[in-house]
Structure formats: C-alpha cells, structure tokens
Design a protein around this ligand. Structure first.
Ligand SMILES: [Fe+2]
Length: 385
C-alpha cells in the first residue's frame, strides 16, 4: 500500500479526428517563428504533411523539413537533424510519423540545446538541458512515442539499440489525429497495432505497474482486441481507426509509468539481427512469453483474456490464462502475422545469438511477472521456432 506510483505524460494530449490542423495554433503558444518538421520520406509521399504545413502557414510560422529519418533510426539521424535545427534557427521541433520519426524528433529537440551526441545521453535521466519545445503527431496507432519519455536509436558501431529515457523527451503537445492513420497499409496496421497490445499487456502485469497504468492498460487491451481486426480488414473504417488510436495512446500512457517486460526484451534481437519491425518482433514473441509468464500473475492474465472478449466466467484463473494464449494466437492469425520464428527464416542455429541479444536487455526481466534465467530464455525461443 505504501508503493510510490508515478504517472508521467506530455503536458497536453490532443486527441480526435482532424486535430492535426491545430498544430499551428499550438506552436504559436510557444511564440514559435521557425519550425523544423522531422519526418520520413514515406510520410511525405503519403501527403500527410499538407495539413501540418497549412496550419503553420496560417499562423505565419516558417518551417524547414528534415525527412531523412530511417526505420530503426541510427543515432546519426538525430545528430544530423540537430545540426540542421541549429543552422536554420529552428525554435520548435514538430515530429510527424511513426515511432522512428517521433523518436528522432525528440532527440533533435534535445540535441539542439545539449552538447555532444545523442548517444552520450543513453540511459536514464542523463540529459541536462530541456531542449527545444516539441510537438509530436503520430501517423500510426502503435508505438505511442508521442506520449512516452523514451527515444530508441541504433548505435550503428555496436549494432545495438540504445534508449534515452528523459522527461525532456516528453512532448510538450502530443497530437493524436486518427485520420492520419487511415492510409496505413494492413501489414503496418497489424504490426503497430499488436505492438500497442503488447505495451498494454506487459505494463498491466508488470511488477512496476501502477493503479493509473492498470486502468489505462485494461481499457487499451479491450479497444485494441476489438478494433484491430476491423482496422486491418478495412483501413478506411474511421471508427476502428479512432478506437485503435485511442487504445495505442492509452497503452503508451500506461507503460510510461508502469514499465514493460520480457516480450520487449526478447523481441529486441529479432529486430536488430533479422530486421523484423519492432511491432512484428513483439507480435511473434507475445504468445510464447504470455504462456511462460502466466503462472506469475494468473488473475491478471485471466482479466486480460476477459478484456480480449473471451468468456471466462466458468473458468479457473489458470484456464482463463491458458485461453488468453489461444486468443492471442487467433488474433495474430486474423491479422496475418505468422507466429513462428521459422516463418521468418530463423533456425535452431540462430538461437544462441538470440539468447545473447535477449539477455542484453535483461533489465526488462525485473518488472516481468515471472523470473527468467538464460535457460528459460533459450526455452522460450526454442518453443517459438
Ligand atoms: Fe513497443
């Protein structure tokens, strides 16, 4: 009962269809004269910047565009963007895109006002100066980087994903406009949507969870399980997209204070070595980790099964938790995500490298509801083959 519970979120979260057009007014609150829009070429090509640009022009705010963000962004993306921000006199950073663009935008805002390189600040609360104001607009319903305090970037020299955790990575304003997600292809909808589900499940059962996180996470699970199949089947279904965006944002708010777990640890090596997207890698590991974890928190896994629409009334918590595993496999099948590592060309010979990669993130085993040894990690990968 004496546990300290912390809830962290951006100063302001604006959620709703058409809210991207408010970005100019929000930038005006910071008396911005010149923005740096941070994005990637896919977002530009999809025409998603038009509304943002119009909104800035309306408020007579100048802007430059940095559109060099890559998937699994290398740290160099941040350092190059920060140089551009300084050289062009940007006084605000506006990130538009998925997790990669928003993470790079957050990094650029920090590095425009801090010395050195972004990797110097990898770790927790190491950033000394606040950085430029930042407004983040997400174009996916998944990573929820717009509401988190984390920046994930690649240390290319060491082929290692690094994370900067800082309150200065929290957005001043997060804008979640579900209409920006309408054109996401089904595969990206599925991968990012399951990533959001993983956030909600992991933080709900985490030892570090909080009462705030639990409420948000359970509602996120309900929204995502109910709406992901429809958003996948009919991308232009506005109601499904709206609910997916809501679920993903809630999941992000939940895990920012509540923590994650072993799925995110074990998926990491899959992304780095085998180039699976972050969401896909999480999706593949999810059912196996839940199956392993379930005895660590039976009642909570049973509650998740119920939130995912399973009838658990006459089941024991153990039976309900088992039902959750099959429920997850079914959801993955519906959205066409093959759930075996061998479906991605991974063989038994790859397991030692995967175990090594998973163990590198063993700090995420601390909040995980069941302890893991190296042997346990190996067994989970072997089951997932
Ligand atoms: Fe994630």
């Amino acid at each position: 009962m004496n546990k300290v519970n912390v809830f962290l979120s951006p100063n302001k979260v604006i959620f709703g269809n058409g809210t991207a057009s408010q970005v100019g007014k929000e930038a005006q609150q910071f008396r911005a004269k010149k923005a740096l829009i941070v994005t990637d070429k896919g977002v530009v090509k999809a025409g998603l910047l038009a509304g943002v640009q119009d909104s800035l022009k309306e408020q007579k705010i100048g802007f430059d565009i940095f559109d060099k963000v890559e998937a699994e962004p290398p740290a160099a993306n941040v350092d190059e963007g920060a140089q551009m921000a300084s050289a062009n006199g940007a006084d605000i950073v506006i990130g538009v895109g998925g997790g990669s663009s928003m993470d790079v935008a957050k990094g650029i805002a920090i590095m425009a006002k801090n010395k050195g390189k972004i990797l110097d600040y990898a770790g927790t609360d190491l950033v000394p100066q606040r950085g430029l104001p930042r407004i983040l607009l997400t174009t996916t319903a998944g990573t929820a980087s717009e509401v988190t305090r984390t920046i994930v970037i690649m240390d290319e020299k060491r082929t290692l994903k690094m994370a900067v955790h800082s309150n200065y990575a929290l957005a001043d304003v997060a804008i979640v406009d579900p209409l920006l997600t309408l054109s996401l292809p089904p595969k990206v909808t599925a991968d990012t949507g399951v990533d959001a589900l993983v956030h909600a499940i992991e933080t709900y059962v985490a030892m570090s969870t909080t009462p705030f996180s639990e409420v948000l996470a359970l509602e996120a699970i309900r929204l995502i399980a109910e709406n992901l199949p429809t958003a996948y089947a009919k991308g232009e279904n506005i109601a499904a997209r709206y609910n997916m965006s809501l679920g993903a944002t809630m999941a992000g708010m939940a895990f920012t204070g509540g923590g994650l777990g072993a799925v995110h640890a074990l998926s990491n090596a899959l992304g780095v070595k085998y180039h699976l997207s972050h969401g896909r890698a999480n999706a593949v590991m999810l059912p196996y980790v839940v199956d392993y974890n379930k005895i660590g928190s039976l009642r909570k896994y049973a509650a998740i099964a119920q939130a995912m629409g399973e009838n658990t009334e006459k089941l024991t918590p153990y039976q309900a938790a088992e039902k959750l595993v099959s429920s997850i496999f079914r959801l993955l099948e519906i959205v066409n995500i093959p759930a075996r590592l061998s479906d991605y060309g991974i063989t038994e010979a790859d397991i030692p490298a995967l175990v090594e990669g998973g163990m590198k993130i063993s700090r995420l085993f601390v909040p995980n509801p069941r302890n893991l040894t190296e042997d346990d990690v190996r067994n989970i990968y072997t089951k997932a083959l």
